[in-house]
Unconditional design. Structure first.
Length: 200
């Protein structure tokens, strides 16, 4: 049953989820002015996270909103940014596994910028966020079959099936660098990448 559902989702959502080139220039930490709730009033804030062409904006007045890049304009680079150094034991370039938006799901990526007491993490699948170092842990270099980053053979994971935004539970049965062979609980199998999987 779930296999059939996955194929329906695959064919029904494929083109809607294809990322656009426009979104790729937007970075977590950028200062922006956005059209609040599409009501015609613009407020300034900071991109806290970027997910394709959607951005999570923390406004200067304390409000938050997930919106699209088409409703915003960039007004400046990140504040207090540094491309070198260390914050909370994590340095620029460090491989990490972080709790995405504090939701309890951990994804792997690397620290690519320091912003005062926070870090910007560029995740393996392309999304990024500004977070506290306490939400992350350093992970070892990825090796075939290794579990130093939590994605070793035998590990339980949830993976973004066919990269369509729907996560299913399964087990890693093989690994070669960033590639993972997953056997899903519903019987389906897939070869995917670490960037499309999370730790439950």
């Amino acid at each position: 049953m779930f296999g059939w559902f996955k194929y329906c989702v695959f064919f029904g959502v494929l083109f809607a989820m294809t990322p656009t080139a426009e979104a790729s220039g937007w970075r977590a930490g950028d200062r922006v002015s956005c059209n609040w709730k599409s009501l015609g009033t613009y407020y300034t804030g900071t991109i806290a996270a970027r997910m394709g062409k959607k951005v999570s904006v923390f406004y200067d007045d304390g409000d938050r909103e997930i919106t699209t890049t088409s409703r915003c304009s960039r007004i400046g680079p990140p504040r207090n940014a540094s491309k070198s150094g260390k914050v909370g034991g994590l340095s620029v370039g460090a491989r990490v596994s972080c709790n995405w938006q504090g939701e309890g799901y951990f994804y792997t990526g690397r620290v690519d910028l320091l912003l005062g007491s926070k870090i910007r993490v560029l995740y393996d699948e392309g999304d990024e966020e500004i977070t506290l170092p306490s939400q992350c842990k350093a992970v070892g270099a990825k090796k075939s079959g290794s579990g130093g980053d939590g994605f070793g053979v035998g590990a339980r994971v949830q993976c973004n099936w066919k990269n369509l935004g729907v996560y299913y539970s399964g087990k890693i049965v093989g690994r070669d660098g960033k590639k993972l062979k997953i056997h899903y609980d519903d019987g389906d199998r897939e070869t995917t990448t670490i960037g499309r999987c999370r730790k439950p």
